[in-house]
Design a binder for this molecule. Structure first.
Ligand SMILES: NC(=O)c1ccc[n+]([C@@H]2O[C@H](COP(=O)([O-])OP(=O)(O)OC[C@H]3O[C@@H](n4cnc5c(N)ncnc54)[C@H](O)[C@@H]3O)[C@@H](O)[C@H]2O)c1
Length: 359
């Protein structure tokens, strides 16, 4: 498949201005950034998600609450999803909402499968047949692949799998999306695809059991950081690089017929970064001496190595990770430092979005 003629590796206001977008998961980490970016591009954005969790204050801190229209509801409730779709009558759906934490999925697999699998079914069921709908991009994960820990970077055609409930639920969501595409959306001319992003870092994430928020909590609480797997490697990327991939993919999907149904978005797998190196760099960028201890979890099934190959996104969409490596860590640390200094984080977040577009 050849490039689709997308001349810029950035989303364009020309495309997004005035588009009615339903964004699920807008009260979470990526969704908050996506909401602000889409508004900057001139889209008419409505968010659908659970109310912001106590440990995920970005929605308020970054002023998403006063920037877009919010509908609070549960994806597990088909009636609530139908109602939201009916209110918005979207042209584009960006599906980011999910129970997104591996350790929480181990503690509550039923919630995870219900939100991530049946939630996706409900969204697709409610949107199929919506007049004017042009495309749906469902965000899954780099964790959708059957990972035998062979040290290979996954390509989009690799086998799906998942040892833990989160990964399995995202792999299952891939199959749900595929079946809805083949059964309903293709014949209606509505583009439906999945985006598989890497481990995202960036300002404003305060979730439990994620590396950067754990560091920020340790620094602010004056406690040493506990690392479960300091040697593990992940496809770390800045939230703006990941979202840039989603937005240009959605834009290209709707503008062209000849695109794959799934794309990976992650950093170059040739330079894998272990958890400990990322932790050290974030500590330093925050002006702190690295202070972490190894606390192994007996019997853990968390993957030791994970990498995705994003050649297809690079080739077809001209996507590139503009903040690859050290800049992604510095931009992340700068965000938390600004928050700690009491800066206006709505303005700061918008400023990072605008600077990203100039890189
Ligand atoms: N953060 C990462 O490193 C990463 C990596 C790969 C993929 N992803 C995927 O990206 C998406 C966004 O992740 P995030 O980091 O912003 O997660 P997050 O936990 O910060 O936000 C999740 C969002 O989903 C909403 N949600 C959860 N369950 C819901 C339900 N039943 N009904 C309605 N809304 C519900 C929450 O309210 C919130 O708005 C998810 O699909 C996640 O699986 C994240």
């Amino acid at each position: 498949m050849e490039g689709v003629g997308v001349s810029s590796a950035l989303p364009t206001a020309q495309f997004w201005r005035g588009k009615k977008v339903l964004l699920t998961g807008h009260t979470g980490f990526k969704g908050s950034w996506a909401a602000l970016w889409l508004r900057e591009l001139g889209a008419e954005v409505t968010g659908f998600a659970l109310p912001p969790a106590a440990d995920q204050p970005l929605f308020h801190v970054a002023g998403v609450d006063r920037t877009i229209r919010s509908l609070f509801g549960d994806l597990r409730d088909l009636g609530a999803v139908r109602q939201a779709v009916d209110i918005v009558k979207p042209e584009i759906v960006l599906h980011l909402a999910a129970q997104a934490l591996v350790r929480r999925s181990l503690a509550d697999p039923v919630e995870t499968f219900a939100s991530n699998v049946m939630g996706t079914v409900h969204l697709l069921e409610a949107t199929r047949g919506v007049p004017g709908l042009k495309g749906v991009l469902a965000v899954t994960s780099d964790k959708v692949y059957a990972n035998e820990e062979k040290g290979l970077a996954f390509v989009e055609d690799d086998k799906l799998g998942g040892k833990d409930p989160y990964s399995a639920s995202k792999a299952a969501a891939e199959i749900v999306v595929y079946s809805y595409a083949r059964s309903y959306f293709d014949r209606a001319g509505i583009r439906l695809a999945t985006a598989r992003g890497g481990n995202v870092i960036g300002g404003g994430d305060h979730s439990q059991d994620r590396l950067v928020p754990d560091i920020v909590r340790a620094v602010r609480g004056g406690k040493p950081l506990e690392l479960r797997h300091p040697e593990a490697t992940r496809p770390w990327q800045h939230v703006l690089d990941c979202l840039n991939g989603y937005l240009i993919y959605a834009e290209a999907l709707i503008s062209s017929c000849d695109l794959p149904r799934a794309l990976n978005f992650g950093p170059d797998p040739a330079h894998p970064l272990p958890v400990s190196a990322v932790a050290d760099a974030i500590f330093q960028a925050l002006g702190q001496n690295p202070a972490w201890v190894h606390k192994p979890v007996p019997g853990s099934i968390e993957m030791k190595a994970l990498a995705v190959n994003s050649q297809e996104a690079r080739r077809i969409l001209n996507w590139r990770d503009r903040l690859a490596g050290t800049p992604s860590l510095i931009w992340t640390a700068q965000w938390y430092a600004a928050e700690a200094a009491g800066q206006d984080m709505h303005a700061f977040t918008l400023n990072q979005i605008s600077r990203f577009s100039t890189l």
